[in-house]
Design a protein around this ligand. Structure first.
Ligand SMILES: [Zn+2]
Ligand SMILES: [Zn+2]
Length: 182
């Protein structure tokens, strides 16, 4: 299972997000609550639940440990979503409710499938930009290297556009390099 905070490698402008790791999004209350939940689960398994004579101690330790880990992870996940939902400008109340109430983490799966991309800001005029914008809609600041002819995105190292074959060196102050000038 891949970790939910691991983003696909193709999301381009991650560097403008401030460089914080995704894990640092998890708020402190969620970490503390996760520890409490884990400890409470251990207590439940070893002290509260009746111990059958046939039941073996190693089995009980494993059960307690795995359930505790699952519950604690769930708390961390809810904590992560509570922060993540805000920086994506999505409805926090609705999504928190969904993630908490849908059984077996289904709400979280739905959340990770449907969540909006993180908005970044134009370095020039601070307009909010979606991750796939090549240019700022307000000031035309170039966010990603683009072909000077078809304006689709290209790699900074490309010599020809992979979409239209345009010779990228012909672009005056090559359009693909404008964002990286000075
Ligand atoms: Zn701008
Ligand atoms: Zn092109």
């Amino acid at each position: 299972m891949t970790l939910p905070w691991r983003r696909p490698a193709d999301s381009p402008m991650e560097t403008t997000g401030g460089g914080d790791s995704e894990l640092s999004l998890i708020p402190r209350w969620a970490i503390l609550l996760a520890i409490v939940v884990f400890a409470a689960t251990q207590y439940l398994f070893h002290e509260v639940l009746p111990h059958g004579r046939h039941e073996m101690l190693p089995m009980r330790i494993i059960m307690g440990y795995s359930s505790g880990t699952a519950f604690a992870s769930y708390v961390l996940l809810v904590g992560y979503v509570s922060r993540d939902v805000r920086r994506r400008k999505m409805s926090a109340g609705l999504w928190m409710l969904l993630v908490i109430l849908m059984p077996g983490g289904i709400g979280a799966v739905v959340y990770f499938l449907l969540r909006q991309p993180v908005l970044s800001r134009c370095p020039n005029c601070t307009t909010e930009l979606a991750a796939d914008f090549h240019f700022c809609p307000q000031c035309q600041f170039q966010m990603a290297p683009a072909c000077g002819q078809c304006f689709r995105s290209v790699q900074i190292t490309d010599v020809y556009c992979v979409q239209c074959g345009h010779d990228l060196a012909q672009d005056q102050t090559p359009a693909r390099l404008r964002a990286y000038r000075d």
